[in-house]
Design a protein around this ligand. Structure first.
Ligand code: MG
Length: 446
C-alpha cells in the first residue's frame, strides 16, 4: 500500500487534496448520486390563477427535467393580479429556461437585473413566485422543510393576531373576547365610523352615508381618529391589560395627524400601531419617535430597499411588516429579517387573505427561523382554499405552525384551482380598488 492509499484509508475519502483530478470527479459523481444532488434544470414556468375565497391569487409553478420534481411560489398582487402572469411567462420563463435550479441567489439577481428598471410590485411579485418555487424545489430535493434548510427553528410556532372588526365599538370588543376565548393573545381592532367609508370594520353602520361633493363613499380623518380613541378606551376597560391590541391606520391620516394620533394612543399600550404614514411620508416617522413610545409597524406597501433600509437602520420603527411577495420573495425577506435583527427591529409579515397559502407558509417559515420575530398576522383558510391548497399552515391556540413536510409542504390541486377562476365583479375593475374621496371631492389613499 502506498502513502496516499494509507492516508485515504485513515482519513476516509474526504481528503480531496490527496486525490488525482480523475479520482475527485469520480467521488463527486458518487456523492451526487448518493445524496440526490444531481442538478435538475428548469423545464417550464407557469402561473396558476385561482380565487377560491373570491380574492385573486397568483401561484407560480416551476417544473424541472427530473420526473416528479417541481415547486410552487406565491406571486400574489391581487389588485393587479392579471399582470403577473405575463410578467412571469413572457419574461422570466424564457430568461430562466434550462437554468439549473440550485443557485437561488444567482437566479434572484438575474431576474432582478433583467428588467433594468426594478422594484415595482408586478415585477417583484413575478420574481417572488420564481424564488419561492425554487426554495420549494430545494426543500423537496433535500427532503427538508424550508425552515430546516435555512438553519432550523428558534421557536416552535408563531404567535399570531386575529382581526376583530365591527360596525359598533361593542361589536369589536365582543369579537375580541370571542378570539381571546379561542386562545388568541393578540387582536387587531378596527371599527367603522358612522356615515364614513372606513378601512375594515364592516361598513359605516346604520347611519346614512355622509354625502360629499363627488358621488361615492367619503372618508374624513378626524371623526375616524376620535372613534378609534373611544374604542380603545372601552376596550382596555373591558379586556384588561393582558391582551395585545393592534390597530391599522392604513395611512389614511396626514403626517401631523399621525404624530398626534400616536401620542394619544400611547396610554392604551398597543402591541403596535400599523401604517400611520404612507410610504411617501416616511421621513415623519422621526417625529413620531421623538414624541411618544407607541410601537410602530410599517412596510406592507414597500417594494424597495430604499424604503425599509433607512427605517430599520435609523431605528424609526419597531416592526417591519413587508408583504413578502411585494418585496421580491423569501430570499430578500430573509435579508430584511436579518437586517432588522441587527437594529432591534422585529418582524410582523403582512398576512391577509390576498396572500396565497404558499405565501403564508413563507411567512411562518420566516417567523420560526428569525430570532427577531415579533408577531404574525393571521387569516383563516376557508374550505375552498384548502381544497385547492392541501397542507396550509395550521393555527391552534393562537399559534401558527409551519408544515413539517419537505419544501413548503403544500400541494396545489390544479383541477380544483380551475374551478375558481378570476371573475370580474360588477365594478369591472378586475380586482382593482375603486375611489375613496374626502368630503370636498379630493381623492385620498385607501
Ligand atoms: Mg395593513
Amino acid at each position: 500500500m502506498n502513502r496516499r492509499s494509507i492516508l485515504k484509508s485513515i482519513a476516509g475519502v474526504g481528503l480531496a487534496g490527496l486525490m488525482t483530478p480523475r479520482e475527485q470527479r469520480a467521488q463527486q459523481a458518487v456523492e451526487k448520486a448518493v445524496r440526490g444532488l444531481a442538478r435538475p434544470k428548469i423545464k417550464d414556468i407557469a402561473v396558476i390563477e385561482t380565487a377560491p375565497a373570491g380574492v385573486r391569487l397568483d401561484v407560480v409553478k416551476i417544473t424541472t427535467d427530473q420526473d416528479g420534481l417541481y415547486g410552487y411560489g406565491c406571486a400574489t398582487f391581487t389588485q393587479r393580479a392579471d399582470l403577473v402572469k405575463p410578467a412571469v411567462e413572457r419574461y422570466l420563463k424564457p430568461l430562466l429556461k434550462n437554468h439549473t435550479v440550485d443557485k437561488i441567489e444567482d437566479i434572484w439577481q438575474t431576474c432582478y437585473d433583467s428588467s433594468y428598471w426594478k422594484n415595482g410590485p408586478v415585477l417583484n411579485n413575478a420574481i417572488s413566485g420564481v424564488d419561492l418555487a425554487l426554495w420549494d424545489i430545494k426543500g423537496r430535493m433535500a427532503n427538508m422543510p424550508v425552515y430546516d434548510l435555512v438553519g432550523g427553528k428558534c421557536r416552535e410556532a408563531a404567535d399570531v393576531y386575529a382581526h376583530a372588526d365591527g360596525g359598533e365599538i361593542q361589536q369589536v370588543i365582543d369579537n375580541a373576547k370571542r378570539y381571546m376565548g379561542q386562545g388568541f393573545r393578540n387582536v387587531r381592532m378596527q371599527v367603522s365610523v358612522p356615515g364614513y367609508q372606513g378601512y375594515a370594520g364592516g361598513g359605516g353602520g346604520a347611519v346614512p352615508p355622509v354625502k360629499g361633493l363627488a358621488a361615492g363613499p367619503v372618508f374624513e380623518p378626524l371623526p375616524y381618529i376620535r372613534r378609534v380613541l373611544k374604542m380603545f378606551d372601552a376596550a382596555r376597560e373591558q379586556l384588561g391589560e393582558d391582551v395585545g391590541l393592534l390597530h391599522d391606520v392604513h395611512e389614511r391620516v396626514t403626517p401631523n395627524e399621525a404624530v398626534r394620533f400616536a401620542k394619544d394612543l400611547e396610554k392604551y399600550h398597543l402591541f403596535f400601531m400599523e401604517d400611520p404614514l404612507s410610504p411617501e411620508d416616511i421621513a415623519y416617522f422621526r417625529q413620531i419617535r421623538q414624541q411618544c413610545a407607541t410601537p410602530i409597524a410599517m412596510g406592507e406597501l414597500f417594494n424597495s430597499p430604499h424604503e425599509w433600509t433607512p427605517l430599520i437602520s435609523e431605528r424609526l420603527i419597531d416592526y417591519i411588516r413587508c408583504h413578502v411577495s411585494q418585496a421580491g420573495g423569501f430570499t430578500p425577506a430573509r435579508k430584511i429579517a436579518i437586517l432588522g435583527e441587527q437594529f432591534g427591529v422585529k418582524t410582523a409579515w403582512h398576512g391577509p387573505g390576498d396572500v396565497s397559502p404558499i405565501g403564508h407558509m413563507a411567512n411562518v417559515t420566516l417567523d420560526v427561523v428569525s430570532y427577531n420575530f415579533g408577531i404574525q398576522e393571521y387569516t383563516p383558510f376557508n374550505a375552498r382554499t384548502q381544497e385547492v391548497f392541501s397542507g396550509c399552515p395550521v393555527c391552534e391556540d393562537g399559534y401558527l405552525w409551519p408544515s413539517t413536510k419537505p419544501g413548503w409542504g403544500i400541494e396545489v390541486d390544479e383541477k380544483a384551482a380551475a374551478k375558481y377562476p378570476f371573475t370580474n365583479p360588477a365594478n369591472g375593475l378586475n380586482g382593482g380598488w375603486g375611489e375613496l374621496r374626502k368630503g370636498d371631492g379630493q381623492i385620498i389613499k385607501q
